[in-house]
Design a protein around this ligand. Structure first.
Ligand SMILES: [Zn+2]
Length: 150
């Protein structure tokens, strides 16, 4: 499904031009960081009871355990992607692209776009190889460009 979003005033536009793949954020996180989001489990209250036997505290009604999902750190993903020479662009409020994905590949913005890849054919092969290693041979590698507001 493609989502088209109209122009929103009071927000700044940024554009991207990347040769690479449009990857689901969770999938990218698993491939690059080797794991999904982490969940921290802590006792739901200070009362003493068998937290394995009861789901809730009889005294205050709190759940036995609180599950807290860690915050999503796109920076971690960017750092790991850089190590394998991939540029990361997080999709957020972009025309023609869905939120919750990232574009991973070679950044062509300001380098002459598609022409930049002609000057450097090795780059195309390198990006394809890296992305296939991370996401399998079925990964779709192509030119991606668009404008996002956020
Ligand atoms: Zn309690």
């Amino acid at each position: 499904m493609k989502i088209r979003q109209g122009f929103v005033s009071n927000s700044s536009a940024s554009s991207f031009c990347v040769y690479g793949a449009d990857i689901d954020l969770n999938k990218a996180m698993k491939a690059l960081l080797g794991r999904d989001k982490e969940v921290t489990i802590t006792p739901g209250c200070e009362h003493e009871f068998d937290r394995e036997a009861s789901k809730f505290c009889a005294e205050c009604g709190s759940p036995a355990w609180n599950e807290e999902e860690e915050e999503w750190y796109i920076e971690n993903l960017e750092t790991e992607a850089e190590k394998v020479d991939l540029y990361t662009y997080q999709i957020h409020g972009c025309e023609d692209y869905e939120d919750g994905t990232v574009i991973l590949g070679a950044r062509l913005h300001g380098l002459g776009g598609k022409r930049a890849t002609k000057k450097n054919p090795g780059m195309i092969a390198g990006i394809e190889e890296t992305l296939e290693k991370l996401f399998g041979e079925d990964v779709e590698v192509d030119f991606h460009n668009g404008t996002c507001w956020g």
